[in-house]
Design a protein around this ligand. Structure first.
Ligand SMILES: Nc1ncnc2c1ncn2[C@@H]1O[C@H](COP(=O)(O)OP(=O)(O)O)[C@@H](O)[C@H]1O
Ligand SMILES: [Mg+2]
Length: 499
């Protein structure tokens, strides 16, 4: 039989089953039975191995006993009975046998024998004094309990393994029956400061802040575990020294059904982890706020500079242009050189007006303020095509009505970053832009047919362009997704919910 493959439950059943037939009928009752009847009983009785021993020799051996040992009857009748016993067990066995013969001991004793082919077997035995053929003799009843011994040993090993596994777990593990602790591992000391001996038998209330909370969490576990095997939550707990800690608690019911409210619960102290998480979240939020602030300051400055350049420089240049045209109208007809010079000055002023216009548009397109996001995107797409020779098709389905001015600026800046990336990295020949707004969401989609992008490039903490795009969208509760498209190229999708 291969005990190694048996489950713990099977081993327990086997041990119980093998234990059952050991209630050998009280040997003292046999006293006084006639010799002839005794032979009959010995020869045919039960599953038990029987022998009669007299003057340190076997006088009678039944077939069961022969089977245990593997020897023939002839051989056994000639051998020294003690030589069957494993040398280490001989003294103890002799002592037990003598006690039993003197009626100082009544329960069977166990020892090991060595069979003919060298196997070691566990034997359980009782002995009693009888009279055999008119002389004192010993009647032995024995059973081969090797299997049961082996099963118990395996069971012990398994239980030892279970408890060492439990003790190796860094989380506190407690077994509960009707909210009372019936086992706990060593880690309860580390987490709660209680020795497990102090907890076993006590109510689980001990590790919560108060009875009410203990009741709440208990009710939650029992109701959840009616329908599911495990349940996990975070809940405050209390240590022996009065410290409050936050625990990640996992509860599982024992067995298929939640019978007798038996559950196992593990507690992991996540107080520090939570605090680190919160600190991290807070500092991220601070950084976000700072970057929002810087961006808005930058945007305001750009607007201001654009306006100043437009107003002051633009007006002066226009005045200059008007003066030049006034001058050229009054030049005498024979002054060709001066006329040419005035013309080239006028061309230069025109070019300067054009570049002032470009600079202010780059700083902040007035279209964005005057005609809204859709128009600004369309204009930027045309500019991009002109400047970089990459065909850029824009489809705008956007009413502008529900779009906040600051939101329009952020989406426009995201768009500009996406276009800059295409010009710098994509090696694309075509770029398609879709801006849609359906009253619920604003969606901008910029797709190129270039070399594509890797997830690593998208997530790289040094990809400040990507981070900037995400942060701007995040500010409005939206998101930016950048990924590859087939057959080749990159798509940047911006989705922003409109309130
Ligand atoms: N449209 C695109 N096509 C191919 N690669 C891109 C594209 N957009 C961005 N990338 C890649 O992603 C990286 C990160 O982009 P970004 O954060 O804007 O940084 P960068 O300052 O380099 O533009 C770029 O360096 C580039 O390798
Ligand atoms: Mg970039």
């Amino acid at each position: 039989m291969n005990l190694g493959k048996k489950s713990k439950k099977e081993l327990i059943d086997l041990v119980n089953h093998l234990r059952a037939p050991l209630s050998i009928s009280d040997p003292r009752q046999i006293k006084g039975t006639s010799e002839k009847d005794l032979y009959k009983i010995l020869a045919y009785s039960s599953q038990v191995g029987c022998y009669i021993m007299q003057n340190r020799r076997f006088r009678f051996i039944n077939s069961h006993f022969l089977e245990y040992t593997g020897y023939t009857e002839d051989k056994m009748l000639k051998m020294n009975p003690a030589s069957l016993i494993l040398p280490e067990d001989r003294r103890k066995t002799a002592k037990n046998a003598i006690m039993m013969l003197k009626q100082e001991r009544f329960s069977p004793y166990e020892f090991r024998i060595v069979t003919k082919d060298g196997q070691i077997k566990w034997i359980m035995e009782t002995v009693m004094s009888i009279t055999y053929k008119g002389k004192r003799a010993i009647l032995g009843n024995s059973m081969d309990v090797t299997e049961r011994k082996e099963a118990s040993r395996r069971l012990e090993e398994l239980e030892a393994l279970e408890s060492s596994i439990l003790d190796a777990i860094p989380q506190a593990v407690v077994g509960l029956h009707e909210r009372r602790i019936n086992f706990a591992n060593h880690a309860v000391k580390v987490i709660f400061g209680w020795h497990r001996e102090e907890l076993i038998g006590k109510s689980i209330k001990m590790i919560y802040r108060n009875a009410k909370e203990a009741e709440i969490i208990g009710d939650l576990f029992y109701s959840k575990l009616e329908h599911q095997r495990t349940f996990e939550t975070e809940f405050p707990c209390l240590c022996k020294d009065g410290r409050e800690i936050l625990c990640r608690i996992k509860a599982s019911r024992i067995g298929e059904k939640l019978r007798e409210k038996r559950i196992v619960v593990t507690y992991e102290d996540i107080t520090t982890e939570k605090k680190v998480q919160e600190d991290l979240e807070r500092s991220r939020q601070e950084l976000r706020n700072l970057s929002i602030h810087l961006q808005s300051v930058r945007e305001e400055e750009r607007t201001l500079v654009a306006r100043k350049i437009h107003d002051e420089l633009g007006q002066s240049l226009t005045a200059l242009q008007m003066d030049l045209s006034w001058l050229s109208g009054r030049l005498p007809s024979d002054s060709q050189i001066i006329r040419d010079k005035t013309q080239s000055m006028s061309d230069l002023v025109d070019a300067t007006i054009e570049s002032v216009h470009n600079i202010t548009a780059d700083l902040r397109p007035s279209l964005l303020d005057d005609l809204g996001l859709g128009a600004a995107i369309e204009w930027q797409a045309t500019e991009f095509q002109k400047r970089f020779g990459i065909r850029c098709q824009a489809h705008i389905k956007c009413s502008n009505i529900s779009i906040d001015k600051a939101l329009a600026t952020d989406v426009f800046r995201i768009f500009q970053e996406a276009l800059t990336n295409i010009a710098r990295h994509a090696k694309a020949t075509l770029c398609k832009v879709n801006l849609t707004e359906n009253g619920k969401d604003l969606c901008l989609d910029v797709t190129d047919n270039g070399v594509g992008i890797t997830q690593w490039q998208v997530d790289d903490p040094r990809s400040f362009g990507m981070i900037g795009m995400r942060e701007r969208a995040h500010l409005w509760g939206g998101a930016v997704h950048v990924r590859n498209v087939k057959p080749s190229g990159t798509t940047v999708k911006v989705l922003i919910p409109l309130k």
